[in-house]
Design a protein around this ligand. Structure first.
Ligand SMILES: [Zn+2]
Ligand SMILES: [Zn+2]
Length: 710
């Protein structure tokens, strides 16, 4: 009798190990392969798992092993994909099973569908063939039409990819409007000359994809492109993933969730807007899609292009040091000049309306006089204005004028935001942006009974109201996640702006992302200081990147020699480095300044960090749990030179939905040192936990490597 076949399988549980099962070749109809998706009995239920080992031996009694129940109608994940996921699991200290299974679309995770799937796939693919989507060719710029600088950049890129099977990381840095996209799409079109080649194109957010999708299709009308982002339906995603992992799709365009897709013929990767924080996954395995993509390119020996107007400090320093190739685009492609930056010092009384002012609007103005004048002028010039405020809702807090009552959320250590009646809710409500709790607005103060409740601060709705009042003839549109979730989707709102149906747009940062508007003459940023004094050391870097992106929206239509637009920034601290470098459009100066500060303080990228998160019913428990961990590391002599373990602290928003949250920061001079201590922490915590919940104190914990928000 032949020896039994034993397979080791990982499942989607917070467990470090795999499990042995028997493989019945006769019943399953084939030999097992590593990377195969299977169904298996687990405890009292059935789960799906991935085979990671095949052999004839088990450390357990063979007779007691259960058998694999069924096999998905899928080829095994290719070895390179398995290496990538294995690396992610080790680097981010996350179980292999709970890393790998979430990368597989839902459609493939239902064994009850497995028998029907092959017919479904054929039907879906046939339907696509019969109705080829006719996309308008938008934004297609042929190589001959590139400007000199773009052509040089393309030439350099070609040199980077001329040696087949060689890893090269390239930073393409160029201001908004310099035509980076045209350069990398022309480059990819050459890579795709090879009929089997696959390219992975990552973009930060879903609202960027419709415009980019049309543009990419215009470049590659006869290549198969699939989209992988959270906006496509489960079925579409299942099919797109299948086409990618079987090598049928050549172009994979997606957000961070596409980064772990198996791509057997991967030949090049592009990470657009590489600095964008949305590349960082913020739940489950907290990976950086950009960083994993660089690892992946290195592993399979292909070029990777990181593109940005404001590179992350990490990438910029790597390019400066020569570890990455460095390509610059310093001109705006269509010859438009840079917008003029104006800083409005809100501490200066001159910038505000004064009581006796003849022009003073009826209600107390929420907009400075300087800005109001500029908006009026822009309206006269028949140009659109964008007004940005990074807070949705009407006002961030409701307060009592008689006592000290504030609209604190019962479940979180944050305030409930007032939202006025609108498309989302029939009446005005208080809403918590952290836990989602919604309450009606009290008619009287819950503490003292006073009926005079006042709003503090302002959000998009309040600014919209103020603007409608000040410019009653103007067409005003609000764009934020509230308005885009209502009857009209985000794309429709953006179309209204493109078609010139609005004069003034009020919104959050989401308006500024990736959309090329043609007639914006003015961009204003209200209350830009909100994030300047955050405890997070990356706040200034992020604000700078956002402001540069916002500034890039002004006057993309500007013709040669014309001044293309104005950006107004309201701040109490115009002297801050962020604003001063912005005034001069000096991205490199700002990055160099920031690098100096970080180096002096020993902060990333000059050191490496990780957080241990703890959540419990009481803050004491969470802090004690982390304190005990720190004491353990100390007593074991693990806190050596070059390694710092800080005291546990409550998180910035300490309580969310009734759970108290704390964190412990671990910092090391080297990656290896950090890896070792994190592996120890993981083993230590797992030994006393069920999954990731500690057995005695019931504290939920999670390790996060390279956090981007501290
Ligand atoms: Zn009161
Ligand atoms: Zn809440």
């Amino acid at each position: 009798m032949a020896p039994p076949i034993v397979v080791q399988v990982v499942v989607d549980k917070p467990l470090a190990q795999g499990f042995d099962y028997l493989w019945d070749s006769e019943r399953l109809g084939s030999a097992p392969a590593i990377g195969q998706l299977v169904e298996l009995p687990f405890g009292r239920s059935n789960l799906i798992g991935i085979i990671i080992k095949v052999g004839t031996h088990s450390d357990f009694e063979i007779d007691k092993l259960k058998s694999i129940s069924s096999l998905a109608p899928l080829p095994p994940l290719d070895p390179a994909a398995l290496r990538l996921i294995n690396f992610a699991s080790q680097y981010y200290i996350h179980g292999l099973g709970e890393t790998i299974i979430p990368t597989i679309p839902q459609m493939w995770k239902k064994p009850e569908n497995w028998e029907k799937i092959p017919q479904k796939l054929i039907a879906a693919l046939d339907k696509k063939k019969k109705n080829p989507q006719q996309e308008p060719s938008e934004g297609f710029i042929k190589e001959v039409d590139l400007n000199v600088e773009q052509k040089q950049a393309l030439e350099k890129l070609r040199q980077c990819s001329s040696n087949k099977k060689e890893f090269k990381a390239v930073l393409l840095q160029g201001q908004t409007g310099s035509g980076k996209t045209a350069v990398f799409l022309n480059w990819l079109s050459e890579v795709l000359d090879d009929a089997h080649a696959q390219v992975l194109l990552l973009v930060p957010e879903i609202n960027l994809t419709p415009q980019l999708e049309r543009r990419v299709r215009a470049y590659f009308p006869d290549k198969k492109m699939v989209l992988l982002h959270s906006g496509v339906t489960e079925k579409e995603r299942g099919i797109a993933w299948y086409e990618a992992m079987t090598g049928k799709a050549q172009i994979i365009l997606g957000t961070r969730l596409a980064a772990l897709t198996p791509l057997p013929n991967l030949c090049a990767i592009v990470v657009d807007e590489e600095h964008d924080p949305s590349y960082k996954q913020q739940d489950g395995i907290r990976y950086s899609a950009r960083d994993l993509s660089v690892w992946r390119a290195h592993d399979v020996k292909v070029p990777i292009l990181l593109s940005s107007a404001t590179p992350s400090l990490e990438t910029w320093l790597a390019a400066k040091a020569g570890r990455y190739e460095y390509i610059r685009l310093d001109q705006r492609a269509q010859g438009a000049s840079l917008p003029r930056v104006h800083l409005i010092n809100t501490r200066d009384p001159q910038s505000h309306y004064s009581p006796g002012d003849v022009e003073k609007p009826q209600s107390k103005s929420l907009i400075t006089k300087t800005l109001a004048k500029a908006i009026s002028k822009n309206l006269e010039d028949k140009k659109q204005s964008l007004i940005l405020i990074n807070r949705r809702g009407y006002a961030p807090v409701l307060s009592c004028s008689a006592c000290r009552w504030l609209s604190q959320c019962q479940q979180c250590s944050s305030y409930m935001v007032m939202h006025k009646a609108g498309a989302l809710t029939k009446k005005s409500v208080l809403s918590c942006h952290h836990c989602g709790l919604v309450k009606s607005i009290p008619s009287h103060c819950p503490d003292c009974g006073n009926a005079d409740l006042k709003t503090l601060g302002q959000g998009t709705q309040k600014i919209e109201d103020a603007i409608e009042e000040m410019w009653s003839g103007a067409r005003v549109l609000r764009v934020d996640t509230d308005s885009s979730r209502s009857s009209k989707g985000a794309e429709e709102l953006f179309q209204e702006i493109h078609q010139g149906k609005v004069d003034i747009v009020v919104g959050t940062q989401m308006i500024a992302k990736g959309h090329d508007y043609q007639n914006i003459g003015l961009v204003a940023v209200l209350d830009a200081d909100g994030r300047l004094f955050s405890q997070d050391f990356r706040a200034a870097e992020r604000l700078f990147a956002q402001l540069v992106q916002v500034a890039g929206r002004a006057g993309r239509s500007g013709k040669e020699g014309q001044v293309s637009g104005d950006i107004y920034i309201e701040t109490q601290y115009p002297e801050s480095a962020v604003f001063q470098y912005l005034l001069r459009h000096d991205v490199d100066g700002f990055l160099s300044h920031t690098a100096g500060e970080r180096k002096e303080a020993g902060l990333p990228p000059f050191s490496y960090q990780a957080l241990v998160h703890a959540e419990a019913k009481s803050l004491d428990k969470a802090i004690q749990f982390l304190g005990a961990l720190k004491a353990e590391l100390k007593s074991k002599g693990l806190i050596s030179i070059g390694l710092r373990v800080y005291d546990p602290v409550p998180k910035a928003v300490m309580r969310v939905a009734g759970t108290e949250r704390a964190q412990l920061l671990i910092e090391a001079d080297g990656r290896k040192q950090l890896q070792e201590i994190l592996e120890f922490v993981d083993r230590e915590l797992r030994a006393n936990s069920q999954g990731r919940i500690s057995k005695i104190a019931r504290v939920r914990w999670l390790i996060e490597r390279d956090p981007i928000a501290i």
